[in-house]
Design a protein around this ligand. Structure first.
Ligand code: MSP
Length: 661
């Protein structure tokens, strides 16, 4: 069998002085969708994401948190990693710029550039934006940073310089020879104009920063952030030994439009200087805006992904991000649009089609998928249209036009809804002829649903896996080869699987209120930092725990004394419909029985908890989660990269209600 073609794609590596918002989530979700899609098209795929952990901002954030930088970034990297897992994003490589392999790669790349004559020592004075970690070209003292609007600082220091000026012509030639390198087309002119305008040499080391990768033998020089950061793409797949892994050059770098210049000018120039292969494509997408401006913590307008995923499910968040704006363009984020889409496209659309199809097969054919009988023209039309949609959807995916891909797919769902309304299988009787017609209509609908499920899988991994099982189809939906997908492959005669409510319909204002209140809680936690490893009632588990350093200044003993923790004993435990991660518990805390929701459902069977003694934070303000009141918090350790909760307990027998101090 021939070896699979390879596909290597990357997201930017994210700064660790903050936690992910919906903008970062967007790029990473897109990368995950492409990863899943390419796998289903037969590629061997590696997707890399990671964290950009050096620089002045991290130095400052760690200082504020009162912990060493290395500890700070380790916690932040865990938090980012945990969130991606919660959102169904399983990157193959998670690169941290503090990894030894990365450090070696940066030093090696520098050595190659220097040996080839593209590095020299000099002095640089300029206006520097410490927030964006970049000198601001042509800025004068007193100017603000054009990107973030904050004041720049004048900086003079001894630097190593990279001879970017030597690469004007090679870059222009490269763009010409590789017309698809910069995508979308609309961004290409911006870069061409920039390069044609002349390139200045680039400072690639600093002496004013301590927290960075040292330039060997040249301390106190450390590498400047872009030389360090961009190299992460290469260190993730072998660094100096990249040839062994066989993944370099990258096939696709996904970036936001804010960092396209670094990826399409600096990065290829560094690689040319080192005589290393250059990536095939850089794709710059637009921003998710909030009230027409870019989200940022300093503006206080960030939208957090976790509350949305907790309320609507991770698939709904993924779907919305891809469906709402055309990849490449800017788009406005609104909770209203989010919940509207959830209700119309997922609850009433895909979810409803799946559940009504299954219910009718259950009722009429004892839950066994029937065989199609004699076809009528309308059945054949539906089959033809769906078959055509397969080609269109794959075409759109290939062009990274996710919004159109999903639009085409959802128009197939709408066609199925119309077909059922016209054919009315529920109004047919029990005569041989009627039964045959019913079988044909339901098998046709089930086949359409199977195809939609396969095509939607990269975007909706969780719910499509459930529909696949519901349809009783063999193997896993992720293993279906998209290139072999055709109408007429439904395994008939098989029993349906267990039905799930995939997307319960939500009352819009109530849903928005709950998302916003969870977001407020995450941004301004009521629990003090010391209680961070607890399983927050918002089911946030490890990520919430790891997020703690941002808020963790030293606290006084009086602050700790404000937290009332008691020994509790679990009396009952049950799952909450529509909330995969939450358990509803009743807990005896000595003076009363409390109802508490805990985000542990994926790791503890309800029955195994009855009678167990646990540590409970008892003086938290009550909150509603998925409409269920939660009055307290169960304490747990957060273990491993996925933040698996492990309940805190007691080795000796303790009295229920005893206070923890
Ligand atoms: N660390 C650098 C990238 C180094 S890559 C070698 C960096 N990090 S970042 O944390 O600021 O995140 C950058 C990326 O996050 C953006 O390029 C973009 O991909 C994404 N987004 C951040 N805010 C965004 C929006 N509001 N909307 C969409 N994406 C945005 O820059």
């Amino acid at each position: 069998m021939p070896a699979k073609p390879k596909f290597y794609l990357t997201t930017p590596i994210y700064y660790t002085n903050g936690l992910p918002h919906i903008g970062h989530t967007y790029t990473t979700v897109v990368a995950d969708v492409i990863r899943r899609y390419k796998r289903m098209r037969g590629y061997e795929v590696v997707m890399t994401t990671g964290t950009d952990e050096h620089g002045v901002n991290v130095e400052r954030a760690a200082k504020n948190a009162g912990i060493p930088e290395s500890e700070f970034v380790a916690k932040m990297a865990d938090a980012w990693r945990a969130l991606w897992l919660e959102l169904g994003i399983s990157a193959d490589e998670f690169v941290r710029t503090t990894d030894l392999q990365h450090v070696r790669t940066v030093q090696w790349l520098f050595k190659l550039c220097r040996e080839n004559g593209y590095v020299y020592k000099g002095h640089y004075t300029g206006q520097y934006c410490i927030y964006d970690n970049a000198f601001v070209n042509d800025a004068k003292p007193g100017d603000n940073c054009p990107d973030c609007g904050r004041p720049t600082e004048t900086l003079t220091e001894e630097n190593y310089f990279f001879k970017l000026s030597a690469f004007q012509k090679p870059l222009l030639d490269f763009y010409k020879k590789n017309p698809d390198f910069i995508q979308p087309e609309s961004r290409k002119n911006e870069i061409l104009t920039f390069v044609e305008g002349g390139l200045k040499d680039l400072s690639i080391t600093r002496t004013t920063i301590r927290w960075g990768i040292p330039v060997p033998g040249e301390e106190p020089h450390v590498f400047y952030v872009w030389f360090d950061a961009l190299t992460a793409y290469l260190s993730a797949v072998g660094g100096p030994d990249y040839e062994k892994r066989g993944m370099w050059p990258a096939d696709l770098h996904l970036v936001g439009k804010d960092i396209i210049r670094f990826h399409t000018v600096y990065w290829p120039a560094f690689l040319m200087a080192a005589m290393l292969p250059i990536p095939k494509q850089v794709w710059a997408h637009g921003w998710f805006l909030m009230d027409a401006s870019k989200m940022s913590k300093s503006k206080g307008n960030v939208v957090l992904p976790r509350p949305i995923a907790n309320m609507l499910g991770m698939d709904a968040l993924r779907y919305f991000l891809l469906r709402e704006v055309v990849f490449g363009q800017d788009g406005n984020f609104s909770y209203d649009a989010l919940v509207t889409r959830y209700n119309s496209d997922l609850a009433n659309g895909l979810g409803n089609l799946a559940s009504r199809t299954a219910a009718m097969i259950e009722k009429n054919f004892g839950g066994i998928i029937p065989k199609t009988g004699k076809l009528q023209p309308q059945d054949e039309t539906l089959a033809r249209e769906t078959q055509t949609a397969i080609g269109n959807v794959l075409d759109y995916f290939e062009k990274l036009n996710f919004a159109r891909a999903l639009e085409s797919l959802w128009s197939v769902i709408a066609t199925a809804d119309k077909y059922l309304t016209t054919e009315k299988p529920w109004s047919l009787g029990d005569s041989e002829l009627d039964l045959q017609r019913k079988a044909t209509v339901l098998a046709t609908t089930a086949e359409l649903l199977r195809i939609v499920t396969v095509l939607a899988h990269p975007v909706l991994p969780d719910s499509t896996a459930k529909i696949w099982k519901l349809l009783g189809q063999p193997g896993s939906v992720s293993a279906v080869e998209l290139d072999g997908l055709r109408w007429g492959q439904l395994a008939a005669g098989v029993p349906l699987g267990k039905p799930h409510t995939l997307f319960p319909r939500l009352e819009k204002s109530e849903a928005i209120e709950r998302i916003e209140s969870m977001a407020n809680e995450e941004l301004n936690p009521t629990a003090p930092p010391t209680a961070a490893p607890a399983v927050a009632p918002g089911a946030t588990t490890g990520a919430a725990a790891a997020a703690a350093p941002a808020a963790s200044e030293k606290i006084a003993i009086e602050d700790f004394a404000k937290v009332e923790m008691r020994v509790g004993q679990i009396k009952t435990a049950e799952r909450i419909v529509g909330a995969d991660k939450l358990l509803k518990l009743t807990v005896d805390i000595g003076t009363e029985i409390r109802q508490i929701c805990a985000g542990i459902a994926q790791f503890y069977e309800p029955d195994s908890l009855i009678g167990r003694k646990v540590a409970v934070v008892t003086n938290l303000a009550p909150r509603k989660l998925r409409g269920v009141e939660s009055n307290g918090m169960i304490v747990a350790a957060s273990v491993g990269p996925e933040g698996r909760p492990v309940l805190a307990g007691f080795l000796e027998d303790v009295e229920v209600g005893a206070r923890l101090k």
